[in-house]
Every structure is written in structure tokens, then in C-alpha cells.
Design a protein around this ligand. Structure first.
Ligand SMILES: [Zn+2]
Length: 301
């Protein structure tokens, strides 16, 4: 039977809770490199992961590669330019391929040489289904929902400062922590990544989406409002805790807007909070195609 990514990651989390205690995140994030070596030895004593190595990987973030010998040994490679948070996520993603997909190396000629994963695949699960699955596995393993819900309750809005604390707790990037929070929160919030005032992608919480609060970035360019902090390039202290924006700036209701540049300054993140419960959805538009679109905007500059 095909393994579910969440189920497989949750099993590992239960094991870690049993060994390290349910309060293990008080002591630090999942040591995913050590876990990858030890856990795969348990489940595949003769064919496990033996190395995790930094590499110059020009077009990819990470890879899971089978060795030549028999019995087969495996290695995880990660792009040496990654910081600690991205590295943890990449290793967890490749461990996901091992747990869920390693059989494909024998069964599918496309994977003869192993799994090579692009930035979009590792960060957003873009591409084939197995990328989505490995991504889901990584998020579930590094940021278990039971712990995350204790850290930020489902009915509470979290500002960028609080999400930054979550990122630290789980040893991941702010983007990864914020995307995970948006998956379970009952509050209405939206995250937008942008470069030069144009959105690369946007993701809404379910409650926000259902009330029509989303942006389209597939096949069209979304230009951030001129009054937004990202467009005005304001990244001061209050940008982290939030400023009020009037109805009409982003949507026909007021928002609290927060903004920051990512560590590598390669894009800006904007977080929007909407007050209260969702107003009744009255739009005529379908929003099926408005769910998260993670493909980079091209040709805009
Ligand atoms: Zn992958």
C-alpha cells in the first residue's frame, strides 16, 4: 500500500516524542541529519542513508542519490549555499523521498540516478506528485501540528515576530513556518512573496480563501498596492508587528499589514491579517484556480 506522507512523518514524530519527550522542541528542533542516518538504518538495515553532504548543485536544492555498489547505499546532497533553516528543510524533503519513493529508482527509468529537486520542489512541492509528497513529509516532520498548535493556537492571529519565533523553534525558514501556520489556522491571514512590488506567489489561510481574500499570480501579474510597505520599501520595526491599512488598499476591508525582507534579501514577505470571522462570500468568481500558485513570475522586468 502507498504510504501517506503525513502518516509516515507522524510515525517518526511519535517515536521522537517517546524517546525525547513530548516537550522536545523546548530543547531544540529536529536534528534531521542525524535522524536521516539513524532512522533509515532502522527501517533498511542493509540499504540505508550513509552520508549527508554539501555540494555545488547549480540547478537544484537537494538530491537523494543511490550508490553503485550492492547492497545499495544512499546519500543526501544539499546545496552548500543554503543556510541552516533551508538545509534542514532540504534534508527532510530528501528523507521523505527515501521513506516514500525509494522504490522508484528500480521501477521507473526517470529515477535511475535518484531524485534531484529544484528550489520550487523543495520549498513548495511544485512539479510531480512526489515533490508535493516529500514537501508534505518535511513540513509534518519538522513542524508537527500538535506542537505548533500549542505554540500558536488555531484561533489566534500570529504576527511576523511570533512566526519568526516558530521558525527558530523548528529550525526552518520564516517562510516555511508561516506557510505551515496558514495550513491550520482558523484565523484569516495571507502571505505574499514579492520582488520589486510584484507578487511571486500568495497563500491564504482556508478561512481567508473562503471569504474571497486571495490573490491570483498564475498567468497574471499581481502588482502590490502602492501604499503597501513592500512597494514603499519600508522595513522598519513596526513593519514586523504591523500597521493598519484602510479598506480599499488591499481588499474592500481594512487589514493589518506586516512586511520583512528575507535573510538573503531575495524577496519580501508580506503578511496580512483580517479582523474577525469571515464576512459572507458574495463574489461570483470561482477561486479554484486561485489557490497557491508557486511558479515564479517571468518576464516582468
Ligand atoms: Zn524532491
Amino acid at each position: 500500500m502507498k504510504k501517506s506522507p503525513r502518516g509516515a512523518a507522524n510515525n517518526i514524530s511519535l517515536m521522537l516524542n517517546a524517546v525525547l519527550g513530548a516537550d522536545r522542541f523546548e530543547k531544540g528542533p529536529v536534528d534531521v541529519a542525524e535522524l536521516a542516518l539513524e532512522y533509515t538504518k532502522q527501517i533498511e538495515p542493509s540499504s540505508h542513508i550513509v552520508q549527508i553532504v554539501p555540494e555545488d548543485l547549480p540547478d537544484c536544492e537537494g538530491a537523494l542519490v543511490p550508490g553503485e555498489g550492492e547492497p545499495r547505499r544512499w546519500a543526501i546532497m544539499y546545496n552548500r549555499k543554503q543556510n541552516a533553516g533551508r538545509r534542514a528543510y532540504t534534508i527532510a524533503h530528501e528523507l521523505g523521498h527515501f521513506v516514500l519513493h525509494r522504490g522508484l529508482v528500480d521501477d521507473d527509468p526517470d529515477f535511475d540516478g535518484g531524485f534531484y529537486c529544484s528550489k520550487n520542489a523543495v520549498e513548495h512541492g511544485a512539479g510531480r506528485d512526489i515533490e508535493k509528497e516529500a514537501n508534505e513529509f518535511a513540513a509534518t516532520l519538522l513542524m508537527p501540528l500538535d506542537d505548533f498548535r500549542r505554540f500558536i493556537p488555531s484561533d489566534k492571529l500570529a504576527n511576523l515576530e511570533r512566526l519568526g519565533q516558530a521558525a527558530e523553534r523548528y529550525g526552518v525558514s520564516l517562510t516555511a513556518a508561516a506557510l505551515r501556520w496558514l495550513e491550520y489556522t482558523n484565523s484569516r491571514a495571507m502571505l505574499i512573496a514579492s520582488v520589486d512590488g510584484f507578487a511571486l506567489w500568495g497563500k491564504s489561510s482556508e478561512a481567508a480563501l473562503k471569504s474571497g481574500r486571495f490573490i491570483r499570480t498564475k498567468n497574471e501579474m499581481f502588482e502590490l498596492p502602492a501604499a503597501s510597505m513592500a512597494a514603499r520599501k519600508e522595513f522598519g520595526d513596526d513593519a514586523l508587528t504591523g500597521i493598519s491599512q484602510l479598506a480599499g488598499v488591499w481588499f474592500p476591508e481594512p487589514t493589518i499589514e506586516m512586511c520583512m525582507r528575507t535573510e538573503r534579501y531575495d524577496f519580501e514577505l508580506t503578511l496580512l491579517h483580517f479582523a474577525g470571522k469571515a464576512p459572507a462570500w458574495q463574489g461570483e468568481e470561482q477561486f479554484e484556480d486561485a489557490c497557491t500558485q508557486f511558479f515564479p513570475v517571468t518576464g516582468k522586468r
